[in-house]
Design a protein around this ligand. Structure first.
Ligand SMILES: [Zn+2]
Length: 416
């Protein structure tokens, strides 16, 4: 479904194009532009004054954007969309004053999702994740990253990743998967976290790699999860399989996980509220993307903010993602996430848009999307909007008008 069978061509005219090169802080706007699409790929981009003649009008469908903002398809580069069960009760518990750490230590939190996920079939995992994904698709998301990490045993981790791959056949979406075996310590290994990391490195990760189920390897480096030494062992095991790495780090404390991940060439380090200057510098040197997750910050009612200005000053690309998960961020709106990145973390609307397009693509190691440019995949969104600020200004408004995935219209609100 995500790859069109017919090589139909489209031409977008009178579009207000948000053109961006990677690693810039603002979008350049082409006020009255066109985009030609052939075989699912952008074949030409330019100003309407240079519009080429159409050689065969029967084969090209023209879409008049009528001055609407047109951006790359949005990319949610950090989600945990595949899981069993729900965690509404935990949400209520937190509202009575219990902390995320206290709930995790008392056997709630991630462990309750692990128990439910182990009992859920691959088909049900894929179906429920696809239904959650529909909220993101309605807002112009065309690429999503999905992590494992609620199995914490080989069989269930494989099942989660198979479910994530399956979603690509169920919806018009590209899915990039991350193996997150080092997410939490399962009960079977209580008090033996080093043994569990051995198991992740010598059994789980090779099994995942053998089936080609992971595009990257992720981990959770935190006092309630795994240490830098333990994560380093996982990164070495990932390198043996030729898989790139990324890390949840400096979310609740500063353990130096970001600098470690950068040393291993991490594509992104995510959360980073407690990131220090040393970590910022290491990420800048390695070209690692800083992925901000305002949903978890919001739901956990945190106060420590990521060092946005230091990241800007060092030239670290900033991505923004929902971190959708059943515990700390049950957020299913990329537009709300963009708004929160501006209101809570101080990003500009242009930075928020770059965070879910060009920089999100970089966080996933994808060079063929996130920017409207010749040769890139024709994932495009036409908005009932004029500028980036219109996408983030209101909470609860969805100005998504038309979505093209691989050059095919997969969602449209019609001709108005
Ligand atoms: Zn996460």
């Amino acid at each position: 479904m995500s790859k069109p069978a017919s090589p139909n061509s489209h031409r977008l005219i009178n579009a207000r194009l948000a053109i961006a090169a990677s690693r810039v802080s603002e979008y350049q706007s082409l006020e009255n532009g066109f985009v030609d699409i052939a075989n699912g790929v952008i074949s030409a981009v330019g100003d309407m004054s240079n519009l080429p003649e159409i050689s065969d009008e029967n084969t090209i469908q023209v879409i008049d954007c009528k001055g609407r903002l047109t951006t790359p398809g949005l990319i949610d580069c950090h989600t945990h969309l595949v899981y069993g069960g729900e965690r509404q009760r935990e949400f209520e518990q937190r509202l009575t004053g219990l902390s995320y750490e206290a709930i995790a230590r008392s056997g709630g939190g991630i462990k309750s999702t692990v128990a439910a996920t182990r009992k859920t079939s691959v088909d049900v995992l894929a179906q429920t994740a696809a239904e959650r994904l529909d909220c993101l698709l309605a807002e112009g998301v065309t690429t999503v990253e999905i992590k494992s990490g609620y199995g914490l045993d080989t069989q269930t981790e494989l099942k989660m990743l198979r479910a994530a791959r399956k979603i690509e056949k169920m919806r018009a979406i590209d899915v990039k998967t991350s193996f997150l075996g080092a997410h939490a310590l399962p009960d079977e290994y209580a008090g033996r976290s080093d043994d569990y990391i051995d198991h992740v490195c010598s059994h789980m990760l090779p099994a995942v790699a053998a089936e080609g189920l992971a595009d990257a390897v992720d981990g959770f480096c935190e006092t309630i999860a795994f240490s830098c030494d333990q994560m380093e062992r996982v990164f070495k095991a990932a390198a043996l399989q030729g898989l790139p790495v990324k890390l949840h780090a400096e979310q609740l404390s500063n353990l130096g996980g970001a600098a470690l991940a950068a040393r291993y060439g991490a594509m992104s380090v995510d959360h980073i509220e407690y990131l220090d200057q040393k970590g910022v510098d290491a990420m800048a040197t390695a070209g690692t993307v800083a992925t901000l997750l305002p949903g978890a910050f919001y739901y956990l009612n945190e106060s420590q903010k990521p060092p946005v200005q230091a990241l800007r000053d060092a030239g670290v690309p900033i991505a923004v993602a929902t971190d959708h998960n059943p515990g700390s961020s049950p957020l299913l709106s990329i537009l709300a996430t963009m708004n929160m990145s501006c209101v809570l973390f101080g990003l500009t609307p242009q930075e928020a848009l770059l965070g879910v397009t060009a920089n999100a693509a970089k966080a996933l190691g994808l060079e063929d999307r996130g920017v409207i440019a010749v040769g890139n995949t024709a994932d495009l969104v036409i908005w009932q909007a004029k500028a980036a600020v219109d996408l983030v200004y209101s909470l609860g408004k969805n100005p998504c008008h038309t979505v093209l995935k691989d050059g095919e219209i997969v969602l449209t609100k019609g001709e108005n």
